[in-house]
Design a protein around this ligand. Structure first.
Ligand SMILES: [Zn+2]
Ligand SMILES: [Zn+2]
Length: 334
């Protein structure tokens, strides 16, 4: 069967790979759509240290059931969790398999879904009253939703989300879905506009506006209860700690590309909860599906382009040249 594979950074091929054979407890799926996110862009650029080449990409998936069971009729539309967990490491023992020490994400540490058929453990398959495009958006949104869950966001909170890319958008939608007053922060007007449609009540353009002054104004001088950093810039890692309210929660979901130095006095003085957030849990998948079913997410606006699998290499090259032009790229696999 056909697969989109990177032989090395920036070197795509449409490869012929062996047909997939479902193992015990697995379900055979026909892949319909695959989404690209920043992880795939990093892999293309050779900046993802977890990828060994050659690698079939694809971890954001909408698919159709080929070989079903009682609760999963043939032909039904589904999405999947692309993670694995070992069941034995400290994260797994603490019921947090999303942070499994030995996790292997599809398209990263093992081959992904940019191929005609995949075989997936039943427990990694999710259904909902959703179309294929929406199903393809579930996994990328779960990453932001998990950050919201780590920040213990409630309807009483004011939440500032740094960055309106794929993860930030999920954090905005997740905070708004929980009823929090949500502030979207970015340097791109188009991305801020999508943030507003995803539920942000306030927008801050950090190229034109003073972040501190605007956050103080919106929160009556207190600072946000929760700040979610979804950009990965050292200056924003620091700004999160500086701008958050006393006794607030700071959630880091972006990887900083270089070391960050801090005024650690604020950790203590504000008695902060500083939290990391990685991947997502089954309850995050279920919450995203409920949110999408409610129709509150701007699905059309969130997708920058839909292309054929043959064009995926060209699109990655184009995206790498102009990263700000695209948020979510979807590949129609079949
Ligand atoms: Zn992704
Ligand atoms: Zn584990």
């Amino acid at each position: 069967m056909k697969a989109f594979r990177l032989e090395a950074p920036g070197a795509p091929v449409l490869a012929d790979i062996p047909d997939v054979r479902p193992g015990a407890g697995e379900t055979l799926l026909r892949v319909k759509l695959v989404g690209f996110c920043g992880t795939d862009l990093n892999t293309w650029r050779g900046r993802n240290p977890m990828v060994i080449f050659p690698r079939v990409l694809g971890h954001e998936v909408a698919a159709e059931v080929v070989c079903g069971g009682a609760d999963l009729p043939v032909g039904s539309s589904v999405t999947i969790s692309p993670y694995t967990s070992c069941g034995a490491c400290p994260a797994c023992a603490n019921h947090r398999p999303n942070a499994c020490q030995r996790n292997q994400t599809m398209g990263v540490q093992r081959d992904g879904a940019m191929t005609e058929y995949i075989s997936v453990p039943r427990e990694n398959i999710y259904t909902g009253n959703l179309g294929l495009t929406e199903l393809c958006l579930v996994e990328p949104l779960t990453v932001g939703f998990h950050a919201v869950s780590r920040g213990r966001v409630t309807a009483q909170d004011t939440v500032a989300v740094f960055g309106c890319g794929g993860v930030g958008l999920g954090a905005i939608a997740g905070s708004a879905f929980r009823g929090a007053t949500t502030i979207a922060i970015d340097m791109d007007d188009a991305k801020l506009a999508i943030g507003a449609k995803a539920g942000a009540k306030h927008l801050i353009h950090t190229g034109r506006e003073d972040l501190h002054a605007r956050l103080q104004e919106i929160t009556s001088g207190k600072g946000p209860d929760v700040i979610i950093e979804a950009i990965g810039l050292p200056s924003m890692f620091r700004a999160a700690v500086e701008q958050v309210a006393f006794t607030g929660r700071v959630v880091y979901v972006g990887y900083a590309k270089e070391p960050v130095s801090y005024e650690t006095r604020l950790f203590v003085q504000k008695e902060l909860d500083i939290l990391g957030s990685r991947n997502a849990l089954p309850e995050d998948f279920r919450e995203v599906i409920r949110m999408l079913e409610s129709g509150m997410f701007p699905v059309e606006e969130a997708v920058s382009a839909v292309i054929a699998m043959e064009d995926a290499g060209g699109m990655l090259a184009e995206w790498s040249e102009a990263p700000e032009r695209f948020t979510k790229i979807i590949i129609a696999v079949s």
